[in-house]
Design a protein around this ligand. Structure first.
Ligand code: CMX
Length: 430
């Protein structure tokens, strides 16, 4: 099988032709309209973007290039990156070639550590992660080649090269941030014999005699890879990339969105919630106690982190995949058992409250509990792990958009005054 770059080279002319034909034949066809509540409501449900890497079906959850994420749970994140970019899983040869490409580019420039060490000791790990990516922008081949007059139809190649450079370094950068931030010592060198996720697990430096922590990291980095195009991080990355800002700028910007408590930070918030429960009840509470506690949280105007979703309307299949892993590896762990009981109690409670459109758990409701089991207890760090994985999808989307020559994002906004006068005029006419 062809390697990643060669495969894309083979596919791109047909993709460009397909889009050109669609616009020519159906350019004026209406896909979506926007209501007043949608424009005031985060554009929820407005179809205004194309994303081919993955789709989130409200009733089924994430499918990467048409394959339900549950069926990809045993795959390596490198395979998923190949799949996100090309729509095909790599064979052994193409996988080995992509892993070699990552290995070649894995060395983190020393100035990254200088910058990270100079940051205040209480900087959030996500701020450190985003900063590390941004400082590496000085090495962007896209920016250099753009200044040299690179032809438009090769933008994707420079974006792919920046993406490979970035993805190759992210595990070491992220692991180094963990060690710096948790006072565990200097960053550990990478082990070139390991795959991307196991290498990350190794550089975090936690003890893993059973090898199950490396397995969890493989699963974690696979499950969080992408979630179509309109979520905060993907849309932000896409918008920044559409200005032809390079992958470093775009991914860093996307991750700043992931750092929000309603998006990627929810996994940190979620473990906080679980630990609060464990402390309050000195262990695993009864369902009745848990119901009262969660009910008080809702009455206080707080959200139950890890529950609800802007698109999903069923239990997130990524939650299910983690749950299966937890049942196999740590079914008796108190934290895992609390997560399990929350899953039994909270959806019913949210349904009774009647506000949340989706009462079911998303991936964040469980991911932290598994990390905690393996001694990764610094939950402020969890969103960085999410970010390492999500960078796979962000980069794949950037490469494809540069291949298709997607123009700069610029939807039209309207003022509240415009909406008021528009509908007053419509009312008068009626
Ligand atoms: N607990 C309590 N109330 C909730 C809730 C939850 N878990 N989920 C939704 N609601 C409330 C909303 O706050 C909103 O209340 P108001 O009308 O008072 O503002 C109401 O239900 C309707 O919200 P919605 O349309 O169902 O949800 P949105 O699409 O606006 O928001 C999300 C989706 C994920 C932000 C929301 O469900 C939430 O805050 N969940 C908890 C945080 C979380 O788990 N985030 C991670 C999501 C995954 C990710 O993107 O990374």
């Amino acid at each position: 099988m062809l390697g990643l770059k060669e495969k894309l080279q083979q596919q791109i002319p047909a993709l460009r032709e397909e889009v050109r034909k669609l616009i020519k034949e159906h350019g004026e066809a209406v896909i979506s309209e926007a209501t007043v509540s949608q424009v005031f409501g985060g554009m929820r449900g407005v179809k205004g973007l194309v994303c081919d890497t993955s789709v989130v079906d409200p009733d089924k959850g994430l499918a990467v290039r048409g394959i339900p994420i549950g069926e990809l749970a045993d795959r390596l994140p490198e395979e998923i990156f190949f799949l996100l970019c090309t729509g095909e899983l790599p064979d052994a040869e193409a996988l080995a070639s992509l892993q070699a490409e990552f290995r070649k580019r894995a060395q983190v420039p020393p100035y990254v550590w200088d910058v990270l060490e100079a940051m205040p000791k209480d900087s959030h790990p996500m701020a450190m992660f985003s900063t590390a990516i941004l400082v590496m922008e000085r090495d962007s081949g896209f920016r250099r080649r753009y200044a040299e007059g690179m032809p438009k139809d090769t933008y994707w190649e420079a974006t792919l090269e920046d993406s490979l450079q970035l993805l190759a370094k992210l595990p070491a950068v992220a692991a180094g941030i963990y060690r710096l931030r948790s006072h565990r010592g200097a960053p550990l060198p990478s082990d070139p014999r390991l795959d991307w996720a196991a290498g990350y697990a190794h550089m975090l430096g936690l003890s893993d005699p059973s090898g199950e922590f490396a397995n969890l990291m493989r699963l974690y980095l696979t499950l969080h890879c992408d979630h179509e195009g309109g979520n905060v991080s993907a849309f932000t990355c896409h918008t920044v990339g559409s200005a032809l800002s390079d992958a470093y700028y775009a991914v860093s910007a996307g991750l700043n969105g992931l750092a929000g408590p309603l998006h990627g930070l929810a996994n940190q918030e979620c473990l906080h919630f679980v630990l609060e429960v464990r402390k309050k009840f000195d262990g695993v509470p009864s369902d009745e106690q848990l119901r009262d506690h969660a009910s008080n949280v809702l009455k206080a105007g707080r959200v139950i982190p890890g529950y609800g979703h802007a698109v999903l309307r069923v239990t997130d299949p990524r939650f299910t995949a983690f749950h299966k892993f937890g049942e196999r590896v740590c079914a008796d762990d108190n934290i895992f058992r609390i997560v399990d009981r929350i899953f039994a109690v909270v959806p019913g409670l949210l349904r009774e409250q009647g506000k949340a459109k989706d009462p079911w758990p998303n991936v964040d409701a469980i991911s932290g509990a598994l990390l905690y089991h393996f001694g990764l207890t610094e939950f402020e760090y969890y969103t960085v792990l999410f970010g390492v994985s999500r960078a796979l999808g962000l980069c794949a989307q950037l490469v494809l958009n540069r291949a298709l020559g997607t123009p700069i994002t610029r939807p039209k906004s309207v003022s509240t005054e415009w909406i008021k006068s528009n509908f007053k005029a419509a009312q008068r006419a009626a």
